[in-house]
Write a protein that binds this ligand. Sequence first.
Ligand SMILES: *[C@@H]1O[C@H](CO)[C@@H](O)[C@H](O)[C@H]1NC(C)=O
Ligand SMILES: *[C@@H]1O[C@H](CO)[C@@H](O)[C@H](O)[C@H]1NC(C)=O
Length: 471
Amino acid sequence: MAKRSVEVQVLDSDFSVLLRESVTYEFKMESRPKQRFRNFIMFLMFLALTGIIYFSYFCSDSSCSLTPQVRVRQATWSATMNDGISADSDEMMRLGYSIQDSLGQPLSLHSSPINSKTSNPGLSYDDVLNENFQFDMNAHDVMVFLHIQKTGGTSFGKHLVQDLDLQRPCSCQRKRKRCYCFRPNRNENWLFSRYSTGWKCGLHADWTELTSCVDAEFDKNEGDSVKRRYFYITLLREPIARYLSEFRHVQRGATWKHARHWCGGREATPGELPLCYHGESWSGVTLDEFISCPHNLAHNRQTRMMSDLALVGCYNTSYMSTGERNRVMLASAKRNLAAMAFFSLTEFQKIGQYVFEETFNLRFGVPFEQHNATLSSTTLSSLPPSKLRKIHELNALDLELYEFAKTLMYKRFNKLKSRDPQFAERFANLGRLPGRTEFNWDQAIEDTTITSNTDFNTLQVSSYGSLDASV
Ligand SMILES: *[C@@H]1O[C@H](CO)[C@@H](O)[C@H](O)[C@H]1NC(C)=O
Ligand SMILES: *[C@@H]1O[C@H](CO)[C@@H](O)[C@H](O)[C@H]1NC(C)=O
C-alpha cells in the first residue's frame, strides 16, 4: 500500500455517488487546448475543405460522450485501486459512501443534490484518462484554501503568499494587505485565499460555499474558456483548543457577522441561525454563556465547515433528526477531508510543511513554527472537569473528525516518506533554502480582518510591471 503511486486516477466514490444520486452532472468533454487555437485549426480545416477530418475532429473533441456503460466500467476498474480507510468504512457504507484518499489530487466532484448545477465542474474525460494529478502552476490548476477560524490558518495563509519558493513569487502590497499570486507565464491567479484573491466566496467560506462559488468567481474574473482544476487545502486543529480559542476571540469582540452561510442557493435566514447575543458583538461573554447558547456556531465548527451541508438540508434543522444530521455531516466531512489534495493539523506543523512540499512539489523558504503554550492551554488547565466534559460533548463530531484526520495525515506522511530517499535530510532542513533569509511577517502584511469587496477584478487589468511589491 505504501508503495502505490499517489497519482491514482479515478475516484470510485465519486462515480458511485454520481450514479447513485443521478445528479444532473455534466462530464465536460472539453480538451485542454485553448478555444482560440481550436478555432484556428477549424478555420484551416474549413479552408482545406477536409470535411471528413473536420467532422471526426469535432466528434472526438466534444460530442462523442461516454456511455453509461463506460462510466460503470470505469468505476469498477477504479474500485480495485481503492484502499479506503477501514476504520470508517462501515459508517460510510451505511450512508452509501466510500472514502478515497485523494492526496495531491484535485477536488473531483461536488455531490450536492441541491445546488449541483452551480457546483465546480469536476473531472473531464481527459483528466480521468490522460493526466496525472500533479499541481501545475503553468496550466490551469488552482489551489483553494479553506480557512476555518482559529486553526492557525492566518499564519499558514501568509506562508502561502510570502514564503513559497516560486519561479514567480507572489508580490505583496503592504497597504492593501494583499498579494498577487500569478502564474509564471500570465497574470492569472493560482491561489484562492484571503491574502491573494480575498474572501471572494464570503468571510471564512466553508466547503459548501467554496465548491459552489470558486469556479464561478474565476469565470467572472478570468473568463470561462478554460477548465480549471481545483486543489483544496485546509487545516484542522485539536477541537477543544480551537473551541476555547474561538471563545476568547469572541470574548474580545470578534463576530464574523459577515459570513454568508450560503447553502442551497441562498444565505441562511436569521430564523435558521439566530444570534447568541444582542447588539454589536458578544464581547465580554463568559464561558458558561458561550457554552449554553444552542446556536453557537463554534460548536463542531470544523465538521460543519468541512461537510456538504446540502446533504442535511442546509441550516434547516427540521429537515432531518438531529442524530441523522450529525451522522451525515460527520461522514460528509470525513469524505471531503479525504478528498482534499492537502490538509494539515495545527499541532503537527513540521509534518504539515513536509506533506505540503512533497504533495505540490513546492518549497517554503522558512520553517513552520510550532506554538505550544497558547492561552487556550492555560484556560484548559484551569477548567473544572464538568465544564470540560460539556465542551467535549458540544464538540463530539469535531473530536471524531480530528482523530480521523490524524490517522489519515500519518498515512499520507508515511506514504510520502517511504518514497523519498532523502527524507531524513529533507525533514531536518525544512524551510532552509540556500540563499534565502527569513523575514518578519508583520512587516509585509498586518494581521487584521479584511473584507471581501475589494479588487479581485483589478488583478486582471494590472500590468505585471506595476505590481512590484513594496515588501
Ligand atoms: C425545512 O424542512 C422542512 C422539512 O423538510 C420543510 O417542511 C420546511 O419547509 C423547511 N423550511 C424551510 C425554510 O425551507
Ligand atoms: C514546543 O515544544 C517543543 C517540545 O516540547 C519544543 O522543542 C519547541 O521549542 C516548542 N516550540 C515553541 C515555539 O515554544
